[in-house]
Unconditional design. Structure first.
Length: 206
């Protein structure tokens, strides 16, 4: 049996995705270990959750760095120092400049079926409000490799859920998050098993 996949988790919110990933890891699927949690503000609930879970945590504040390049370098310096092979964006709200040594090694979960309802400003409640305003009958989540822009990059896993006539943004968000809790560990399992290859801009499962 090979070594577990070493993961750094980047968070900007409450840490629900972090907690879900750790719960799946503790059950053995994916075969992984969270070696670092990096938050974008010192008072994040996600960092408190990381401490409660016994995980190493640090904070890199965007406002303390001169632009995206310097901020990204500070983040990836910590990622490298922890020895992480994969970076998981878990409610991370800041654009990163992904260095060459982490190309196709940064993954994100988005609360809609990309390429619809993605891009700058499309996060959290905004996404679900847009889905409802469009009259969609299904929604879901997308786990994808991140690249240099918001919500693009090769898609790894997508899962669907229904949109109900009586839905609010909150009730739809809860149903989508249930699918995220399944999809993100699935994507990490594929990576840990060496079953993903990116060819011609597509993530292919072997």
């Amino acid at each position: 049996m090979g070594q577990p996949l070493k993961i750094a988790v980047l968070a900007s919110g409450g840490g629900r995705t972090l907690a879900n990933l750790q719960a799946h890891i503790e059950k053995g699927d994916p075969a992984a270990r969270i070696v670092s949690v990096i938050g974008s503000a010192p008072d994040l609930v996600a960092l408190r959750r990381a401490a409660e879970l016994g995980l190493d945590a640090a904070c890199v504040e965007p406002k303390k760095h001169d632009g995206t390049k310097a901020f990204s370098q500070a983040v990836f310096d910590l990622v490298r120092a922890a020895g992480a092979g994969v970076v998981c964006l878990a409610g991370w709200l800041w654009l990163l400049r992904i260095p060459d040594d982490y190309a196709h090694a940064v993954i994100n979960v988005h609360p809609a079926l990309l390429p619809s309802f993605g891009g700058s400003g499309m996060y959290g409640r905004h996404v679900h409000e847009a889905v409802l305003a469009a009259g969609c009958k299904v929604s879901g989540c997308t786990v994808h490799f991140a690249d240099q822009t918001y919500d693009t990059g090769p898609i790894i896993v997508q899962r669907c859920c229904e949109v109900r006539e009586e839905d609010s943004a909150d009730t739809l968000a809860a149903r989508v998050f249930e699918q995220e809790c399944i999809a993100y560990p699935q994507a990490l399992s594929l990576i840990a098993q060496g079953r993903l290859q990116v060819e011609d801009g597509r993530a292919r499962i072997g």
